[in-house]
Design a protein around this ligand. Structure first.
Ligand code: ZN
Length: 76
């Protein structure tokens, strides 16, 4: 009886640990995929130097994109 209980406790602890690890890994993978997709869909290329700039930082003028005010003014 004592041994059976001990084995059951070990089995439960192992299952809980296994699920915890999978959930943690799953969340990590999901987060990474989200970041990757975000980065691909929201990057614009500077018309002057060709550098890739996040959409929230890019400067737009006449349908063209620039990494900085300097490049925006130099490409008129
Ligand atoms: Zn530039």
């Amino acid at each position: 009886m004592g041994l059976t209980r001990l084995l059951m406790i070990i089995a439960i602890v192992w299952v809980v640990w296994f699920i915890y690890r999978r959930v943690k890994q799953g969340k990590h993978v999901l987060k990474r995929n989200k970041v990757k997709k975000h980065a691909i869909s929201n990057v614009k290329q500077c018309s002057v130097c060709g550098v890739h700039v996040p959409e929230n930082e890019v400067l737009e003028s006449n349908g063209r994109f620039y990494c900085s005010q300097k490049h925006l003014k130099s490409d008129v």
